[in-house]
Structures are given as structure tokens and as C-alpha cells.
Design a protein around this ligand. Structure first.
Ligand code: TRP
Length: 348
């Protein structure tokens, strides 16, 4: 079996405000992985994915700066991780095109995220939205990343990434062998879905059955990483609850999505688990619990928010970080891209 370097790749789209769900579900995990020296880490701002749906160009640019600032404020360190914006490394699209020709139309049509986003409008969405998972596979396999930390909503895309890798390895098996790459050119990437803490799914503050999302209409449904202290407190104070006191066992959260959400946010911010939170707060009314939650959230989130706001003002610095990262990413990607072209039969 071919041996692959342990390498992590992940990306977030700069298509909305960065909220607590992005932080607890993804960015916090990136920071933990960065501290594990057995991995090389690559974190991308996937601006080319963002334009699969319409983006205002000025806003896209501002969101790219803001997401990069959030990476840095949360603890990603350019001296330990490669941090860059996708569009600066052209090989993502080169490999993405080749994967468009490996992947089957039926695979793309089966993606639940595509079906959800396209809805009844599937004739009128961009072709890029359909091909999106193939570009995502290229993001990952351009570096032969062995591990990808993502939320569970991306699991299907990760499976598709493995299908593409497998089909490429099979379709070009002879060339791969002839050129001396052994039996496997692309690795079978593992998703890291439950890495770190317990899996954290942060839900809307107004409806515990819906994911917290940057596209939800009301800003009161989410906590943005750079909300100021008053706004953060106000959102949590107004967060939907139910009339019961908190249970003392996690089983008692069954059928109480809003209670479950606030308890699991507390647990994630405090680096414990829901049972430990209930050991402390079981039997109390929400008013008291929310007070403690607000204190905790302000202490954990607002320093990051302050740092984001400070960094955003220095766009030249952010741009330099992204440029340096892109240069390193390009250097890593270039030899692999050359090999792929040779395998496929392009003259290089
Ligand atoms: N599709 C991911 C999302 O919407 C973003 C993404 C793009 C990504 N390319 C990636 C995540 C590669 C992990 C690895 O959340």
C-alpha cells in the first residue's frame, strides 16, 4: 500500500458572517489539529466555492478578509498552518476540471446539499453549484490530504471525494503503475467529524431544530464571532427556551431542542460535556442558566471578536498572510499536478 503523509485540509466559504456554529463545528477543531505535530495543516478560504451562488464582489472580498481574520484570531498560526484563499492557487481548478471528467453526472445529482439548495429551481442554478463537490474533491486531493475535519453535513461530499479518488486510481491504473506510483495515486481521505470534543451541532437560537446559519434572515438566530458584548448578551437572553426547569440527566433533553442546544453550546464553550453541565445546572430555571451562559460566552467569544475587529482593519497584513500561504500551497500542489497531467496523457 502506498504511504501518504498525514495531512489535514479544510475550507470554509467566505459567504456570510462567521458564527458560533462555524467556530465550534470547524475552526476550533482546526486549531486543535494544528497543535498535533503529526499532521501538516492546510486551511483554505474557499472563495471559488462561494461564487457557485451569486455574491456581491465587494462583500465577497470583505468576507474573505473577515474569515481570514477569524482563522487568525481563533489561533490558526501561519507559521504552523498554510492559510490561503483558494482562487490564488489555479491548480484547484485544473484538477477540478479533470475531476469533472472523472465524476459521473448521476453522482452529482444525488447530492442532498445540491438538491436542497437547488430546490425546484434546478434548471436555473449555476452549473458550478452542481459541480461543487468535484471542486471540493480537487481541493483535498491536490494535496493528497489524508484527513478532513468537517461538519456532518459534508459527509456525503467526502464520500464522493473518495469515489472520485477511487475511480481515478482505477481508470488510470496502468499509467499510475507505469509512471512508478504503485497501486494508488490518490489517497482515500478520512473525514474527521467527531474530532476533538463531542460532535457539536449548533442550532438556531430561535428554533432548536434548524442549524445556526449565516443565511438565516434574522440576525437574532445566530451568534456572530464579532458581535459586541451587549448584542451577544441580548441574543442569548432572547434565545427561545421552554417553560420547564433544566433536567438533571441528558435523557431529559429529549424533545426539548432549544434546551439541548443551549446546554451543548455551554458544554462546548466550557470544554466539558452536556452531562457535566446538567450536573451543575439541573433543576435550575433558564433565567439562571442563561446568566451563566452569557458570562461564559462573553468570556470565550468576545476576546476573539475583539481580535477579529482589530485584524480586519489591517487588510494589508491579512492579504500578506494569504499571499504567503498561497505561495506555499502552490509549491506543494505543483509536483502533484504535473504528475496528474502525465497520468492523464497531457504533454507537460
Ligand atoms: N463544502 C464545504 C462547506 O460548505 C467547504 C469546502 C470546500 C471544504 N472545499 C472543502 C471543506 C474541502 C473541506 C475540504 O462547508
Amino acid at each position: 500500500m502506498t504511504q501518504f503523509t498525514k495531512r489535514v485540509f479544510s475550507g470554509i466559504q467566505p459567504s456570510g458572517k462567521i458564527h458560533l456554529g462555524n467556530y465550534l463545528g470547524a475552526i476550533q477543531k482546526f486549531v486543535k489539529l494544528q497543535e498535533d505535530s503529526s499532521f501538516e495543516n492546510i486551511y483554505c478560504v474557499v472563495d471559488m466555492h462561494a461564487i457557485t451562488v451569486k455574491q456581491d464582489p465587494k462583500t465577497l472580498r470583505a468576507r474573505t478578509v473577515e474569515l481570514t481574520a477569524t482563522y487568525l484570531a481563533a489561533g490558526l498560526d501561519p507559521s504552523k498552518s498554510i492559510i490561503f484563499n483558494q482562487s490564488r492557487v489555479a491548480a484547484h481548478v485544473e484538477l477540478g476540471w479533470i475531476f469533472n471528467c472523472v465524476a459521473r453526472l448521476g453522482w452529482m445529482n444525488r447530492m442532498t446539499q445540491f438538491k436542497d439548495k437547488a430546490g425546484k429551481n434546478s434548471e436555473n442554478v449555476s452549473l458550478g453549484l452542481l459541480a461543487y463537490p468535484s471542486l471540493m474533491a480537487a481541493d483535498i486531493l491536490l494535496y493528497n490530504a489524508t484527513h478532513v475535519p468537517v461538519g456532518d453535513d459534508q459527509k456525503q461530499h467526502l464520500e464522493l471525494c473518495r469515489d472520485i479518488a477511487q475511480k481515478f486510481n482505477n481508470d488510470y491504473a496502468n499509467e499510475i503503475k507505469e509512471l512508478g506510483f504503485g497501486d494508488q495515486f490518490f489517497c482515500m481521505t478520512e473525514p474527521l467529524i467527531n474530532f476533538g470534543n463531542k460532535p457539536v451541532r449548533v442550532m438556531s437560537l430561535r428554533d432548536g431544530t434548524k442549524k445556526m446559519s449565516s443565511s438565516a434572515e434574522s440576525d437574532m438566530t445566530r451568534i456572530n464571532m464579532n458581535d459586541d458584548r451587549d448584542l451577544l448578551a441580548k441574543k442569548l437572553k432572547k434565545a427561545k427556551t421552554d417553560p420547564e426547569a433544566l433536567p438533571s440527566e441528558t435523557a431529559g433533553l429529549e424533545g426539548r431542542p432549544e434546551a439541548r442546544n443551549l446546554v451543548s453550546i455551554f458544554a462546548a464553550l466550557d470544554d466539558t460535556d452536556s452531562q457535566q453541565v446538567l450536573d451543575q445546572f439541573g433543576g435550575q430555571q433558564f433565567r439562571e442558566f442563561k446568566g451563566a451562559l452569557i458570562d461564559l460566552a462573553v468570556a470565550k467569544i468576545c476576546p476573539i471578536g475583539d481580535e477579529i475587529n482589530r485584524l480586519i482593519k489591517d487588510e494589508a497584513h491579512i492579504d500578506q498572510v494569504l499571499k504567503d500561504g498561497a505561495e506555499r500551497a502552490r509549491a506543494l500542489a505543483a509536483p502533484l499536478m504535473q504528475d496528474v497531467k502525465r497520468i492523464v496523457g497531457f504533454m507537460v
